[in-house]
Design a protein. Sequence first.
Lengths: 528, 676
Amino acid sequence: MSIVPKETIEVTAQSIGITNLSPEAALMLAPDVEYRVREIMQEAIKSMRHSKRTTLTASDVDGALNLRSLEPTYGFASGGPFRFRKAVGHQDLFYTDDREVDFKDVIEAPLPKAPLDTEVVCHWLAIEGVQPAIPENAPLEVIRAPADNKIYEQKDGPLIDVRLPVKHVLSRELQLYFQKIAELTMSKSSPALFKEALVSLASDSGLHPLVPYFTNFIADEVSRGLNDFQLLFNLMHVVRSLLQNPHIHIEPYLHQLMPSVVTCLVSRKLGNRFADNHWDLRDFTAKLVSLICKRFGNTYHTLQSRLSKTLVNALLDPKKALTQHYGAIQGLTALGHNVVRLLILSNLEPYLSLLEPELDCEKQKNQMKSYEAWRVYGALLRAAGLCIHDRLKVFPNLPSPSPSLLHKGKGKIISAEPRKRKLSADSSQNQLPHKRLMTTTDGLRPQDHTGPAPMHVDKPMGKKGNESESRHQNEKERGKGRVITMKAILGQIWKDDLDSGRLLVKLHQLYDDRILPFIPSTEMSVFL
Amino acid sequence: MDPEQLDEFVMGYLKKKGFNGAAKQLQEALHNNNNNNGTGSSSSFNSTDYHNDPELTKLIRSFSQSENDPTRYRNGYSNLRSWAYNSLDLYKHELLRVMYPVFIHCYMDLVGKGHTQEARAFFNSFRKDHEMIHLRDLQKLEGVLVPSHLEEMEFARSLRQSKVNIKICQYSYDLLLQYLHRTESTLMLGIINEHINFQVYSGQPNSSSDDIDAVTIVGSFQETADHVNQKEIQWGLLEDSLEDRLEKTGSLLTDSEKGQGESKDGDVDDSNKKRSTEIGKQGSSLKKLKKDKAGNATAKVARQETSTVSPAPRVKSELALPVMSTDVEESILEDLRNRVQLSSVAMPSVSFYTFVNTHNGLNCASISHDGSLVAGGFSDSSIKVWDMAKIGQAGSGALQGESDTNDQVAGPNSRRNYTLLLGHSGPVYSATFSPPGDFVLSSSADTTIRLWSTQLNANLVCYKGHNYPVWDVQFSPFGHYFASCSHDRTARIWSMDRVQPLRIMAGHLSDVDCVQWHPNCNYIATGSSDKTVRLWDVQTGECVRIFIGHRSMVLSLAMSPDGRYMASGDEDGTIMMWDLSTARCITPLMGHNSCVWSLSYSGEGSLLASGSADCTVKLWDVTSSTKLTKAEEKNGNSNRLRSLRTFPTKSTPVHALRFSRRNLLFAAGAISKPTS
C-alpha cells in the first residue's frame, strides 16, 4: 500500500510518546505520511537545483522544511555519511549509530587545520573552438574510448601531447559479428562454420571498424591460450583472413599483431597435448610472416629487419629449445633466399655441429628430442635448398632446358598437395639438377606437409627412410632421362657462379654423411 | 432489469453525482408517469425514454453492475493498452497518446474511490509506459494515496478539472470509438469523454515527432495559452541602440579605419593578447545613472506599430531608460568595434573560471559584462567578488590561468584576493552585475534582494517584497531596472531607487525559477517549475506569451540579441529554441544529459553557448535556424539545429556563461571534487 509501513508509524509514535496508537490509526496515517514526505522532498529538490547541485543534502531538506515553517532536522549538518546499522534480531529495522562524545575530548582535541579559502583560477577551456592541451583541460579519465586502452595508457605520461580520444561507435551488427567470430574462434567445435567465417573475414567489406578489436582479441587470446593448440591455429587463420581482406587497412595495427604471430612461430611450447602438431602451426605461421613481409615490407621498412633479428636471436641461442629453432628457421626461410643466405647459411656450420649429437639416435636417448632435432635438420636442409635453388634460378639458361620437367613435376605435386605454395613445389622440382639436395629436400617435404601422426615419432628415421624411398622411386623414373642434361647444367652453373658452387660444395660437405643413405644410387653416381 | 429497478438506479445515480435538480425532475416525471399510466397516456414525457432504448438500458445496466469494482479499471486499461499497442503503426502513436490521460485518470479515480492498494498496484504495473515522457508528473502523482490528497494537490486538481487536448486524425478517432463501442468498455469511454478533448482533423496522421505539445498539456490551460499567445508583441530592438550608432558611425568611417576594424576582426588568432586587453579593461568608469529620466522622457507608452518585415524592427522603449555616461558609451562602442565575428566556422575562445575549495557551498556564479569581475554566491550567505584583472596582474602578469592558488593565498600584499560581501541571512541563490560592473545584485533564501557596490564594497539597499526565497535576479540590459523571481510564484520588476517593486507578475502555477530580460527592455521572460516559460510585458505586467513544451523545470533562459528568439534550458538537459512572435518551439536542442544551468547568445546571435551539470560547455549553431525559419514555417517541418562543439571540463559543472561584448566566452563553475 503505502511505502511507509505501519510499523514505522508505530515506532515514530512511540518515540514521541504516543504509546496507545491503534493499528487502524497507523494504517490510516501511513499514506498521508508518505504524501507529506514526498511534498517535502519535492521542495528540497527545488532547493537543491537552485544551489546548482545534483546531490540532495540535509540542508536542502531543512530549507524545504523552512518553507513550510517547520522545524528543521537537527544533527545532520556534520556532512559525513550516515551509517545505518541493523537492529539485532529484526529483519529490516535500522538505526543511525549515534556515538556519545565526551566534551573533554572535543575541547582538548587540537584544532583542525583551517580549510583552504575559496579561490578562482582561470584557464582556457578553448581557443577558437579548440581545446588546448593543458592540465586543466582534457580529463582523459572521464572520456575514454571503449577499446584500445593500451594506446592511451602509454599516453598518460606526458600530459602535453594529449590528443582527445576519438569515440568509437560500433553498430550493433558489427558487435554481433565480432562476438560471433570470437565465439567461433574459441569454440573449435564447428570447423565448417569456422571456415565460412574465415571466408567472410577475408572478403567482407565494412569490417574495418572491427580491426582494433580483432587485434586486441588475437593478442589477448594468444598470450592466454599458449597451451591451446587449436585455438592458436584458429587465431592464425583469423590473422591470415584479415590480411587477405582487401577492404581492411590493417597496417596501423601490425605492430600489435606481430608479437602474437611471432609467438606462434618461435614459442617454446605450443599446445599442451602430445597430439598437437605444433610443427604445422609453425609452418603456417611462417607463411603468414612471409605474407606480411611481402605486403608491408615496402611501407614498413623496419619490419623485416626487426623480424629477422628476432628470429636469428632465437635461432642462435643454444639455450632455446629445438622447437623454437625450428620456428625461427621456418620464419627465416619464409623471408626469402637472401635472408637465408645471410643469416642461416653463414651460421650453418657451427649450428650443424651442435645439432650433430642430437641427431644421433644412439647418443640421444630421448626419442622426442631426436625427433625434434631431425625436424630442425630437415628445416635447415629445406632452407638451404630453397636458397640455392633461388640463386641458381637467376641464371637465364636454367629454366629453358627442362620445361617439360617443370610442368610434369608441378602437376604432380599440385595434385598431391593442391593447396601448397606453388613456389615451394616449383622450387623443389627445380632443384632436381642438384640431386643430392633435391632428394633430401624431397625426402623431407612429404613429412613437412602431410604431418605425421604423432605415433610415428618413435621411429622417425625409419619412417623418413621409407617415405623418401617410395618418393624416390618416382623421382628415379622421372630423373633418369634428365640426368644428362642436368649434369650439363650443373657444370654450367659451377662454371658461371663459383660462389654458388662453393656454397653447394659446402652444403654437400655439411650434409654429406646424413644424406648419403637416402640418395638413390643413380643420381648419386651422377653427382659424384 | 425491470423498469422499476432501472428507475431506481437512475435516481440513485443522479443523486450520487449530485444532480439534485435532475433527480427531482425525474422523480416528478416518474410520479406523473405512474399517474399517467393509470390514465393510460404516457406520451407527454420523453425523459423516461430510456426504457425503450435497448442500448441505453444496456449501458445503464453495465453501470449498475460494477460501479465500485476496482478491477474494472485495470482490465479496461490493460485491454485498451494492448489494443493500442497492436494497432497499425501509422496510427499507433496517435492512439498511444490517449493512453497517458486515461492512465492518470484511472489512477486518480481509483484513489478517489479509496482503493488505495489497487491504485498503487495499477500505477506500478503501467507506469513504465509513460516514464519516458512524463516522469516528473508521475513522481508527483505517485504520492497521491487518499482522496483528500487529490483535493489538496494543485497538480491533481488541475488535472481533474481540465481536459486534455489531443490532436488525432479522423481515422484514428474512428478506430478508437469503434473499439470502445465494440468492447463495451464504458468505463474507458467515460474517462475519455470526461477528460479528453479530441481535435479531429482529416487526412493522414502527423509524424510522431511533433507531438510535444500534443501530450503535455492540460486542455483549459492550453486554451488560455493559445489565447494569450494571440497578443501582439514588439520583439524588435530599441531605436537608437548602440549597435545602430556603431553602424552609423561605421558607415562614416574612412576606409582606412574600416580596414583597421576588419583586421581586428581577423586578428583572432592572437587571442592571448585579446584576452589581456579584455580583462585589463575592467569596468573602471563609474556610471552615473540619471535616474528617472521619466520627467523629460517623451513618455513613449503608446505602442508604435512597427513593421515586422525588416530583419530586426525598431521599437521604442516603454520604460524610461537611464542615460549612459559618455565614457561608458565610448568603451561599449569600442568593444563593439572590436567584436570578433563568430559563426559555425569561427569559434569563440572560452575562458573558464574555476572555483576551488568551495566545499560544496557555491550556489551561483556570475560574470560581469566585460568578464573581469566574477561573483560567487554561497550557501553560507556570503558573496565573494573576484577582480580577475587584478589577480592577473598580481600573478606576474601571466593571464593564462596557470596561476597557482597557493601562491595567491600566500601572497604577501593581500590576504584575500576577493571582496567578501556579507549581509544576507540565507543561502545566496543568484547574483548579477550591472552592465558597467559597478553594482551587484544578489538574491537569497532570506527573501531579500540586496544591492552592493563594487566600488565601495558595501551593501547599499535591501529590497524586501518577496515572501519566499528569491531564486533569481537579473539586471536589465541597460541597468537601473531589475527583475526577480521567487518561490512565491511571482516575478517582480524593481528599480534601484525604490524599495518596493514596480510590477508583480503573477500567473505561474509553480515556483518561478529563472528570469531574463528581453533586449529591448519591454519584456521579461520567466521560466518556472510548472514547465512553462512566460513572457511578460514590463509596462502592463501582463502575460503576453506562454511557451509550452518543456518536460521538466526550466532552469535557464537566454534571449537572442535581435530579440526574436529565446532559448530555454531545463532540468533534463533539453534546450528549446522559441520564436517569440509565434510562441512555437523552433527545435529542441538535445545533447546535454543533465541540468542546463546557463545559456548565452553570442554578440551577433549566431551561436548559443550552454553550460550544464554534465560538466560540458556546448556551442550550438543557431544561424541556420534563424535563416530557415520562414521557409520552415511554410513547410511545417522543423530543422534540427546543429551542435557545433562540446568542451568537457575536468569535472566542473558549468554554473554561468557570458559572451563578452567582444565575443569572448566566459564560463564559471566550481570543481566538484578536490584536485590532487
